[in-house]
Ligand binder design. Structure first.
Ligand code: FAD
Ligand code: SF4
Length: 511
């Protein structure tokens, strides 16, 4: 008797554990496009197109190997719209009693499969996802009994275990961390490199038509679609990045520039998250480029820290702390998400530009996510669920296991500091220093006479005042709280009033 092997849309890796032990003569591999996965949030059209196109290409590649594929299309009239529904139908259709899958990356989906198994009593094997460098048990072993779960220490252990950027048991070039070298604003004179984008082929074009027809009201545009949809394309994009872009990745890692949505970032998160690339090969490519003298250590380390450090760490936190993690709201944030997060229609140029870039590309880089849209959500007290749904919907790389800790923990501090040692709250001065957004904005980050002050400024101080009882003990916020201690009562009240006016204007769509 054969086995039904279910592959999900973010599991498009030939070495995925669901395919271990595949018997080409008897087994059937199932891939199913279902409406539920396209609509549980209103995903960006490019995200849906990316996943469906990559699934169709992956199925083709397996077929070429002589593997039996059962592919269910979104518009198949019999399609139940649910992954569990399609699994059940396929078991019947192929008269199989045993199904295998690799664990889903999202709590929601894992629960749906486990509850289906409990209800039906199906013979169903859910295997660990071995594509990550750290297994669940590896992360739990590290976390167990620790007071603080800081990424830096987990990252160092993984560096030692993998040998990445290590020399004789010591970190290469004598330092674990080159962050201090990686905070330069990017001068206007620096020319940003062109990026490798991929012209949609016939399969992708078909999918794009389907997405426009089935999800017309979803966020974003398909016009600029150029994501890699096959492993071969993803490998080419990776090589191009390593050769042409990585050398400057470190220097300008924290910078933003209005005319350069990608700056020196890698754009590999979509390929990593759906399985076209593995984190191990990505880190090894960067390390090799450094060993061969093609990239400086601050760039190689800064990049490997993101993939080996942050990516593995946030996944560890997610599975360690779910499902309760998603329900914490340390700062008691309750505000509704303003419409401009969807439309880009605000006079705040930084937010307007980032939202419009997101509409066009289903992408914005880390500092834009953290210090523009994330920072504003933090300062204005947007409710965690509202802003998390936005981040999950608008980026082509968004999957709950990586989006949730980044938003809930890093951007809006809703976990009270489990992930970040302090809230990433910043006034307009930070955005002005690290970007050129403010130059073309009606607001003024320096609050000069005759100009309208930047909303981030009053919101920043009001945030600190509002959350004083929760945050003033945080050593990393000692400086701003010392400044506040020198303020008169009137000055504090003045800022709170100014912030209340800004919030009222935000609610009325006038910001
Ligand atoms: C509020 C918020 C939400 C985010 N949501 C997502 C998400 O849904 N999906 C996602 O993949 N990343 C998310 N990130 C992390 C990060 O912003 C993206 O991984 C990155 O911008 C992707 O672009 P890139 O491939 O050009 O990354 P680069 O800057 O070139 O970094 C290289 C790779 O490192 C990894 N990486 C970097 N930073 C992180 C991080 N903080 N957590 C996990 N991996 C990281 C990614 O795989 C990325 O591709 C989020 C960050 C914030 C602040
Ligand atoms: S002035 Fe303020 S709102 Fe305008 S771009 Fe700068 S930080 Fe953003």
């Amino acid at each position: 008797m054969g086995t039904l092997r279910l592959i999900l849309g973010d599991q498009l890796t030939r070495g995925i554990s669901a395919l271990d032990g595949l018997d080409k003569d008897r087994d059937v591999v199932l891939l199913a496009e279902v409406r539920e996965e396209g609509t549980y949030v209103r995903h960006h059209k490019q995200k849906i197109a990316l996943i469906l196109s990559a699934m169709r290409h992956f199925a083709e590649a397996l077929r070429h190997e002589g593997i039996k594929i059962d592919y269910i299309r979104l518009d198949d009239p019999e399609n139940t719209g649910l992954l569990t529904g399609e699994l059940a139908r396929a078991l019947q259709r192929h008269r199989l009693s045993h199904a295998v899958m690799t664990e889903p990356g999202e709590w929601r989906l894992r629960e749906a499969f486990l509850s289906w198994q409990r209800d039906t009593g199906a013979y169903f094997d859910m295997r660990e996802d071995t594509r990550f460098i750290a297994s669940h048990s590896r992360f739990e072993r590290w976390a167990n009994g620790r007071k603080g779960l800081r990424m830096e220490f987990f990252y160092r252990e993984l560096r030692r275990e993998t040998g990445l950027l290590m020399e004789d048991g010591e970190p290469a070039s004598g330092q674990w961390n080159f962050d201090a070298d990686n905070r330069k604003p990017v001068p206007k004179s620096v020319i940003t490199p062109g990026r490798l984008r991929f012209e949609p082929d016939a399969i992708t074009r078909d999918v794009m038509v389907l997405v426009e027809r089935e999800f017309p009201s979803h966020f974003g545009s398909l016009e600029t679609f150029g994501w890699p949809v096959t492993r071969a394309e993803a490998r080419r994009a990776l090589s191009h990045f390593i050769k042409e872009v990585l050398p400057s990745f470190g220097d300008y890692q924290d910078a933003m520039r209005a005319d350069a949505p990608f700056l020196f970032h890698s754009l590999i998160s979509t390929s990593l998250n759906i399985g076209l690339l593995t984190p191990r090969e990505v880190c090894l490519s960067a390390e090799t480029a450094w060993r061969e003298g093609d990239v400086p250590i601050n760039a190689a380390e800064g990049f490997i820290r993101q993939v080996l450090g942050w990516r593995e760490y946030v996944r560890g936190i997610y599975w360690l702390k779910m499902p309760g993690y998603a329900d914490t709201n340390f700062l008691d944030a309750r505000e509704r998400l303003p419409d401009f997060y969807w439309t880009g229609e605000t006079k705040m140029r930084c937010i307007s530009d980032v939202v419009r870039q997101t509409q066009s590309h289903a992408y914005s880089h880390h500092i834009q996510r953290l210090m523009v849209t994330g920072n504003f959500a933090l300062l204005s007290g947007i409710a965690p669920k509202e802003i998390e749904e936005w981040y999950l919907a608008v980026y082509a790389d968004a999957f709950d296991w990586v989006e949730l800790p980044n938003t809930h923990g890093m951007a809006i501090f809703a976990d009270g500091g489990l992930l970040a040692s302090k809230p990433y709250a910043a006034s307009g001065a930070y955005i002005n220093r690290m970007s050129d957004f403010c130059g073309g904005c009606v607001y003024d980050p320096k609050a000069r006479p005759g100009r309208t002050p930047c909303p981030f400024n009053a919101l920043y101080w009001a945030f600190l005042i509002r959350n004083e009882s929760r945050l003033s003990g945080n050593a990393r916020l000692a400086m701003p709280y010392r400044t506040l201690a020198g303020w008169s009562r009137q000055r504090r009240e003045g800022i709170m009033e100014e912030a209340a006016t800004i919030m009222a204007r935000m609610r009325q769509g006038e910001l």
